[in-house]
Write a protein that binds this ligand. Sequence first.
Ligand SMILES: [Zn+2]
Length: 371
Amino acid sequence: MLSELQYPNDLAHVINYKICISESFIRLFTNYGPCQPVIPYPKNVEGRLFQKKWYERNSWLEYSPQKDAMFCFSCRLFLNEEKYKGRVAWKSEGISRWRTALKKIKEHASSESYMIGMVRWKGFQSQALDIALETANQEVQAARDKEKQRKREILCRLISITLYLARQCFPFRGDQESSISENRGNFLELVEMFGKYDSVVKLHLDVIKEKQEILKRSQVSLLSNRTQNDLIKALAISVRRVILEEIHKSKIFSILIDETSDVSHTEQVSFVVRYVHDLKIKERFIQVFNVQSTTGEALEKEVISMLNTNNLNIDDMRGQGYDGAANMSGIYNGLQSRLQRQNPKACTQPKSSISRKCKIKYSVCNLFQFV
Ligand SMILES: [Zn+2]
């Protein structure tokens, strides 16, 4: 019956006659090949139409004269499991907005579902369907594993860059981070430099560049400011975990509170813990918090919350040290007496007992020495 029709492999027949895609139909359609008629294509309301040159580099691309829409041959025949049911655009609905058609074709040709469909199609041409599906799945899984490994290798390099910048207390971001900027900031400039000597980073940068040029939009690059922040946060969590393990081992500790203000003149307090580990005195920066209110009561709340968050028991505290501007000393007096009321053993240490090194800048660098 199909063979009597003008375009027997037109997807529209599958829909019209409610054909169930069995192995014999797949064999039949594969013999016909993709439906690629060269005809006077109709114009849409915008005056645009399908272009025959789109077939040239896309062997999978089909045009349905009945539906005046394009489809993907490999997807419609070889992606029919439950998990692909929702992906109807290239399988049954079709793409007919010709203005964005080329972009959609390029987008599809770089998608994972396209890759799976194509591998299955090629496999089916030489094997039975079940063997072809199995072989294709293995190939797809191998490709996924390879991609996972590639991303891991990229991440290792990005973590090294993040650690280097954090240890040296260098800023990450640049004022102008666009690709045409002469100085994109330390993080991106270091990645570029890695790319000159390291094949993994070079390949990664080349792939992103190529995808961006084809799809005309930004790609997942693992280089965005959000990823940079995520890396810093993840590293800080793992470093803090090591520090807290040491403190818990040591059991007793002192706290050191150091006041400073950031570039925006926001009053900030750094929270440092002093303890003994391997018979050595350690002073470790834990975190910094903005001072919302400078009353002793408000600071006490912040310190208690900091202790609770880090699972540190105030009963194990043996000392408190403060170093800050003169205008904070009265407030610290309020704070230290409040903390001492909660634990009388938490003696106040003289100002000089705080190591000079215990300034935020040093402490933040120090935080990253662990990894
Ligand atoms: Zn496809």
